[in-house]
Design a protein around this ligand. Structure first.
Ligand SMILES: [Zn+2]
Length: 114
């Protein structure tokens, strides 16, 4: 299973749980309608899915040349190079705090979507 498929599967499982919890909380607290809680469940599910995916993905593979690289390393975002090794699914941009969405294959330059 590709790392992206792994992340989406983890997201689907977590969102199912969080959406169920949102519905349960909405039923308990009648003054909070469920449609207000589902976007929160969606946002939290994405954050947790990125963090949990790091536990399941140890290697990335280029879809073009099949070159494999380890998911743990010292990563560079723009002109910023991190100061310690970490899984790429835990790396965040120092500018906007978002996760890295892709990297370039070091062998052929193709984009590897995370
Ligand atoms: Zn490649």
């Amino acid at each position: 299973m590709s790392p992206r498929a792994t992340r989406l599967l983890v997201f689907a499982v977590i969102f199912t749980v969080f959406a169920g919890l949102a519905g349960f909380v909405s039923a308990l607290l009648c003054f909070i309608p469920a449609p207000y809680l589902f976007p929160l469940a969606y946002h939290l599910s994405h954050r947790v899915a990125w963090d949990l995916t790091a536990n399941f993905v140890s290697r990335l593979q280029c879809p073009r040349c099949a070159f494999q690289l380890p998911a743990v390393g010292v990563w560079t975002v723009g002109s910023y190079t991190d100061h310690h090794e970490q899984n790429i699914y835990n790396v965040r941009s120092p500018i906007d705090g978002k996760h890295i969405g892709w990297i370039d294959c070091p062998q052929c330059g193709s984009t590897i979507v995370l």
